[in-house]
Design a protein around this ligand. Structure first.
Ligand code: PEP
Length: 249
């Protein structure tokens, strides 16, 4: 079992309306109550529109709140964006940065992500930085090289390691039902720890990509894997709670 405290993160992406989102958050928090005190960290990252309402729902529960992205600036003329300080105002403790849907769908570069990580850490958030190779990278045998570059370039110089989490999310595994073998995830995690240098052993490394209740146990059985970033399977309270089962000791 991992020697670092485990972390399970729900990324709801652009799913959830007010009622369905509140019901889902309430159900997950109720499950968490059955395992008080929780032996791992549990975070929900709803769409920005639901953050305030879900923050209220989660107050006094064991479930923490996170954002799915933030801007590099604290405030300004940036239509449609949200600053890290605004997420903190809403009760967020975490933020996902550099998700492949932002890298590829919004053209986010490693350099931009590093600036976001810096801004988020200055605001007091724990940053979950996503890295992952595409199917083409995998085919070309370039996974280690791509991941190493993303890790080195997506982190600012003055990173606060206690507030850093890295999620390995192969792009080809997100929402596809495909997955690397646990041993392959472990091999990538070793590359990530090497790329991080001195801080490598302290940073929590998550896996994300088509995690379900039936495959979570095999992944979490690996000491090198400190938790999971879960997309579609986090939209069902029973299934999501089942995913956390191996962390409940
Ligand atoms: C994700 O979006 O971070 C993710 C891992 O999605 P899914 O679990 O649906 O593959």
């Amino acid at each position: 079992m991992s020697k670092r405290r485990r972390l399970i993160v729900a990324n709801w992406k652009m799913y959830g309306r007010l009622t369905s989102g509140l019901v889902l958050a309430r159900d997950i928090a109720a499950f968490a109550e059955t395992a008080r005190p929780l032996s791992f960290d549990l975070v929900l990252c709803p769409p920005a529109t639901l953050t305030w309402a879900i923050g209220e729902t989660l107050q006094g529960t064991q479930v923490m709140l996170g954002g799915q992205d933030c801007h590099t600036a604290t405030h300004g003329a940036y239509t449609g964006d949200i600053s890290a300080a605004m997420l903190v105002d809403l009760g967020c403790r975490y933020v996902i940065l550099g998700h492949s849907e932002r890298r590829h769908g919004h053209g986010e570069s490693n350099e931009l992500i590093a600036k976001k990580v810096e801004a988020a850490q200055v605001a007091g958030l724990t940053t979950i930085v996503c890295v992952g190779e595409t199917a083409e990278d995998l085919k070309a045998g370039a996974t280690a090289e791509i991941i190493g570059k993303q890790v080195r370039e997506s982190l600012p110089k003055n990173i606060r390691t206690s507030d850093l989490v890295i999620a390995y999310e192969p792009v080809w595994a997100i929402g596809t039902g495909q997955q690397p073998e646990p041993k392959d995830i472990v091999a990538v995690n070793r590359h990530i720890r090497n790329a991080l240098g001195d801080i490598g052993e302290t940073v929590r490394l998550l896996y994300g990509g088509s995690v379900t209740p039936s495959n979570a146990g095999g992944i979490l059985a690996e000491d090198e894997i400190d938790g999971l970033l879960v997309g579609s399977a986090s939209l069902n309270a029973d299934g999501f709670w089942a995913i956390t089962e191996p962390c409940r000791i």
